[in-house]
Design a protein around this ligand. Structure first.
Ligand code: ZN
Length: 118
């Protein structure tokens, strides 16, 4: 591992901050199924029961779903990155197993692949 401890600590901090932000965004539109793995489910907000309310609910759900999926993906990547830090395999490309450039990790600490495999 070429990443020095100070840089690693900074990257970990950045991941933790982003994780907290993502979790609070997700909590607004989804409920956690398994917080440990970052599995969330878009919530279907009950506005009311007349026809207009039901339309609003469906629209809201349809709007939230792609957002929820994108946030969840990002959160899961962060959880994986943090787990890799614990295991000491952080910064290794999932695809070619080479080290990911530090500049790439600093720009995107949850990157799972190197710039070539992106
Ligand atoms: Zn690669």
């Amino acid at each position: 591992m070429v990443i020095d401890l100070k840089t690693l600590a900074e990257l970990k901090q950045a991941l933790l901050v982003e994780k907290t932000e993502l979790e609070s965004s997700l909590n607004r539109i989804a409920k956690p199924v398994d917080a440990e793995t970052g599995d969330y489910e878009a919530t279907f907000t009950e506005v009311g029961n007349d026809r207009e309310d039901n339309t609003t609910e469906v629209e809201e759900y349809t709007d939230n779903l792609p957002v929820e999926i994108a946030l969840e993906k990002k959160l899961q990547a962060i959880i994986v990155a943090l787990a890799k830090m614990e295991e000491g395999t952080y910064g290794i490309c999932d695809n070619c197993k080479k080290e990911i450039a530090i500049e790439r990790l600093q720009a995107n600490p949850s990157a799972q692949t190197c710039i070539t495999c992106k």
